[in-house]
Design a binder for this molecule. Structure first.
Ligand code: SF4
Ligand code: SF4
Length: 63
């Protein structure tokens, strides 16, 4: 499975990754930060990495 991590310190809760992800991988956690709750649905498009304004997202196949 793809490894996906969100740096919660960097995430500002803009929601761009949630909007752009075709696999609905992300949801907001209780702190309003993005959480990759369905990494198994990732299609490895790398859109989330590209759209995140703070560089908070790491997806191993997008390095
Ligand atoms: S790489 Fe694409 S499918 Fe995977 S989590 Fe990011 S936006 Fe979603
Ligand atoms: S795009 Fe980046 S800053 Fe915005 S919610 Fe997603 S992880 Fe957080």
């Amino acid at each position: 499975m793809v490894e996906i991590r969100v740096d919660k310190e960097k995430c500002d809760g803009c929601g761009e990754c949630i909007s752009v992800c075709p696999g609905s991988v992300y949801e907001f956690d209780d702190d309003g930060k993005s959480e990759p709750v369905r990494p198994e649905d990732c299609i490895e498009c790398c859109s989330c990495v590209e759209v995140c304004p703070t560089g908070a997202i790491y997806v191993d196949v997008c390095e």
